[in-house]
Design a protein. Sequence first.
Length: 97
Amino acid sequence: MATLRKQEISEKIASELNGSKAEAEAALNAVLGTIQSALVSGDRVVLTGFGSFEVRNVKARRVRPIRPNGSEDLITVPAHKRVGFTPGAELSKSAKV
């Protein structure tokens, strides 16, 4: 399984649209910036067929430390927010190969 990075996505966009890599990178940055701004504002982002992004609240919880520190004491992970992704119907269908 390969890793597709932002640069490769820009190159594929440029190829698909017969444009320059600089234009494709600017378009990709604009899309990603718009999504990021919406999430920071607390909005939900829905890309029909692909999926939706939203900020989710995670409750504080007690867990075992990842690295043993000599004791079996639980540590507290404070409440925080994270971005969640829910795949859309078309993405779900195409991913089940």
